[in-house]
Design a protein around this ligand. Structure first.
Ligand SMILES: [Fe+2]
Length: 342
């Protein structure tokens, strides 16, 4: 860990939190195998008929895909660097009366982690925290040459929310997330606002999108997309070609984002949420961290990200007349959402 980011001097856990793994429930394990290994280029391990994992690096699990009905992301696994910080997070949750459970030995083994605990998260996505990831000496067998993980974690998660300030408050309360910036995007005359939150040197580990003034969420899945970062531009472009060649759905072709400057494309996973494969986002180094000020960008992309089929923007546009009263309230964790709305 970088000394500048070392937590605990002020009680903050910022910098000691890293997105470690994604847990998915799906009935489409055969499709996931082909998608993840043959198209995206990750290492796949089939554990049994109902369980598979993808690796990106020397860790035994970055994606856990278990057979089940949700067809969605069910939990996000966050690595916490040390036991003291881990205890601090547990105390924050427990002190606010939120139920927190220790994972079983089997659950920890499946996720390839030690000291697994879980508690409720926004939109019903479980928040799982762990201290140590199990690495494996088994060599990587994958089409990609590598993925960028390490201090920056495995990537980021983007979520559409009808309660964006509550969600932002949650990650602030639990992980001391910091606001990197905003993007405003015009969607058929309505303003979509995206808040980008970081918990380490990755520009954002969580992005939260909503339509201003209209509480609608047209996305079936709890997570709109997961992002992973290719080691090289060639890797990213080759995976784009394989996704296309193998007939998986593309959502946005290659383009570059305004805020973190990441080059990326978006395709649709067998479970329906999207996977963004990116390359070379800016890193918020200690020097940048020291002077970082959030700003607001107009539009998601500098260039590209041409839509292929229906995208989140189309879905928002279609739903602009939807009334919040026809939908059930979004799941929030109010005890943990009281952070500042900065
Ligand atoms: Fe993204």
């Amino acid at each position: 860990m970088n000394d500048f980011l070392r937590p605990n001097t002020d009680g903050s856990v910022f910098g000691a939190v890293h997105l470690g793994y994604i847990a998915v429930q799906s009935q489409r394990l055969t499709d996931w195998d082909r998608f993840g290994a043959s198209a995206i280029g990750m290492h796949v391990d089939r554990l049994d008929a109902d369980t598979m994992r993808f690796r990106l690096d020397d860790r035994s699990c970055r994606f856990l895909i278990e057979r089940g009905p949700a067809e969605d992301v069910t939990a996000l696994g966050w690595q916490i660097d040390d036991h003291e910080t881990f205890d601090r997070i547990i105390a924050r949750v427990a002190d606010r009366g939120v139920p927190i459970d220790e994972g079983t030995a089997d659950e920890a083994a499946l996720r390839g982690v030690e000291r697994l605990w879980r508690f409720p998260g926004p939109k019903g996505i479980g928040t799982e925290i762990f201290t140590t990831a199990v690495t494996t000496p088994e060599p990587l067998r994958m089409l990609s040459s590598g993925w960028v993980t390490g201090e920056a974690g495995m990537g980021h998660v983007a979520i559409v929310s009808r309660e964006p300030e509550s969600m932002r408050g949650y990650y602030h309360t639990v992980f001391d997330s910091r606001l990197s910036d905003y993007i405003d995007e015009n969607v058929s005359g309505l303003m979509m606002k995206i808040r980008f939150l970081r918990v380490n040197e990755r520009h954002h580990s969580i992005a939260i999108a909503n339509l201003r003034g209209v509480k609608i969420d047209p996305i079936r899945t709890r997570v709109q997309h997961i992002n992973i970062q290719s080691a090289t531009l060639d890797d990213m472009l080759a995976s784009f070609q394989r996704v296309t060649d193998l007939g998986f759905r593309m959502a946005w072709s290659v383009g570059q984002h305004t805020n973190d400057r990441e080059l990326s494309y978006y395709c649709v996973t067998p479970s329906g949420f999207e996977l963004e494969v990116g390359w070379n986002p800016i890193v918020i180094t200690p020097e940048r961290e020291a002077t970082w000020e959030p700003s607001t960008y107009q539009g998601i992309s500098i260039w590209g990200h041409t839509t292929v089929g229906q995208t989140v923007l189309d879905k928002f546009a279609q739903f602009r007349r939807a009334l919040e009263t026809v939908r059930t309230p979004e799941i929030t964790v109010p005890e943990l959402s009281g952070g500042p709305s900065r």
